[in-house]
Ligand binder design. Structure first.
Ligand code: TYD
Length: 133
């Protein structure tokens, strides 16, 4: 499985750092939705789903967390602990987020608005979906 991470450039100076991300520029898709997770627990996992069409970049803009990616054949885990690094999660990838630091803020840039229709929330259905694809 190909793991796609992207380092977004930062404007850094003695005044601090600024990272800008433009849809259809730094990332390929137009950004139609932004959401973020915070107030998370180290012991609880989130996600447990795949998308049929949605593309996303996950950026841990504060603290750290890990992301499990599963394409139905292989699994890989990626630790996110830098505010200027994005992890691409495309369609047909089962993902789980875990080991959140207490202060973690996970920002997600998504290619479309929220649609429950686009979710596969059952792991067996996910395997059927990717194996039939
Ligand atoms: P959920 O998909 O269960 O979160 P996670 O997979 O990270 O554990 O989403 C939690 C709730 O938030 C659920 O009721 C759906 C809702 N939600 C929205 O309304 N809009 C969104 O953009 C997202 C991602 C979730």
């Amino acid at each position: 499985m190909e793991i796609i991470t992207k380092v977004f450039s930062s404007h850094s100076s003695d005044r601090g750092n600024l990272t800008a991300i433009e849809g259809e520029n730094e990332i390929a898709f137009p950004i139609k939705r932004v959401y973020y997770l915070y107030g998370l627990s180290h012991d609880l996992r989130r996600g447990f789903h795949a998308h049929k069409r949605l593309e996303q970049y996950l950026i841990c803009i504060y603290g750290s967390c890990s992301v499990l990616l599963d394409d139905g054949k292989e699994r890989a885990s990626v630790k996110l602990d830098r505010p200027n690094v994005g992890l691409y999660v495309g369609p047909g990838i089962w993902h789980e987020m875990f080991e959140f630091s207490k202060d973690a803020v996970l920002l997600v840039l998504a290619s479309d608005r929220y649609s429950e229709e686009d979710y596969i929330r059952d792991y067996c259905s996910f395997l059927d979906y990717v194996q039939g694809a």
